[in-house]
Design a protein around this ligand. Structure first.
Ligand SMILES: Nc1ncnc2c1ncn2[C@@H]1O[C@H](COP(=O)(O)OP(=O)(O)OP(=O)(O)O)[C@@H](O)[C@H]1O
Ligand SMILES: [Mg+2]
Length: 250
């Protein structure tokens, strides 16, 4: 049994922060090892987790590309090696960074090999958390077409929610398989407006919970401390997030 959790949402809503917290939550509830996948070209999941990385999967792909069309076994071995190199091993959480999107040129062969290697590698991890890039256009080329749990993260503004709704609907249109799709409102100040709650209800967006805007997160971020290390007693946001995880991940 694997459990794959994915994040989506508009820029700056808290996807990466929540991806880090999700990974920690899984570990704390005995579900490990977790593979944290940074699928954002502007990678920063490592900071949130307090990890460092040197290589990305796109480095591996670039190297492969130069040998497009070459199907010799040595290239397979090479990419396998590079993929392994790109996985940073932590105590309970390993991290892999996808890196920059493809440049010009033909990546078909490289992508095919990388895809196969990645699939094999991912199978080793019973728990995976995927931090996706912001925005709509990226949803259509999500790294994973299947996620057990998909969190759409939004702020509590009306405009923010409309953006979240578009993502919500796009996921359905694209037939990405997500048995459990939830809306999370993050960085909420005060009450969520009736207007916003009405949209959520009307559109049947499955609201998993509301996370307050929290100085503790802000401070940790300012001091370059990994926010995923904050505990529920340090931070009301972590406390709220954990309630959401409990409800949606068990
Ligand atoms: N509940 C919260 N309270 C206060 N600050 C928060 C909260 N959640 C996230 N933040 C802060 O908001 C900023 C954006 O968060 P984050 O990077 O997780 O968003 P993102 O959706 O991944 O952004 P991007 O689209 O750029 O990848 C960060 O500085 C983060 O520390
Ligand atoms: Mg992010």
């Amino acid at each position: 049994m694997t459990l794959i959790v994915g994040m989506a949402g508009k820029g700056g809503t808290g996807k990466t922060t929540l991806a880090g917290m999700t990974a920690r939550y899984l570990v704390e509830t005995g579900r490990k090892p977790v593979l944290a996948v940074d699928a954002d070209a502007n990678a920063n999941l490592a900071d949130v987790l307090g990890m460092e990385y040197e290589h990305t999967l796109s480095d591996a792909r670039e190297e492969m590309k130069t040998s497009a069309g070459d199907v010799s076994i040595t290239k397979d071995v090479l990419i396998e090696m590079r993929t392994q190199e790109a996985i940073v091993e932590g105590d309970d959480i390993d991290l892999v960074v996808m890196g920059k999107p493809e440049g010009a040129g033909c990546y078909c062969a490289a992508n095919a090999v990388l895809g196969a290697v990645l699939e094999r590698t991912l199978k080793n991890y019973p728990y995976q958390v995927i931090d996706n890039e912001a925005g709509m256009e990226h949803i259509s080329r999500l790294t994973s077409r299947y996620m057990d749990v998909f969190y759409v993260v939004s702020d509590a503004s009306r405009r923010g929610l409309i953006a979240a709704l578009r993502i919500w609907q796009l996921v359905e249109e694209l037939k990405i398989t997500v048995p459990n799709k939830y809306l999370i409102l993050n960085r909420v100040r005060g009450e969520v407006s009736k207007d916003v709650m009405d949209i959520i209800e009307k559109e049947k967006m499955n609201l998993a919970g509301v996370i307050p805007d929290d100085m503790a997160i802000y401070d940790a971020d300012q001091q370059a401390k990994p926010t995923s290390l904050l505990t529920a007693s340090d931070s009301p946001a972590v406390a709220a997030a954990r309630e959401i995880f409990k409800k949606t991940l068990g």
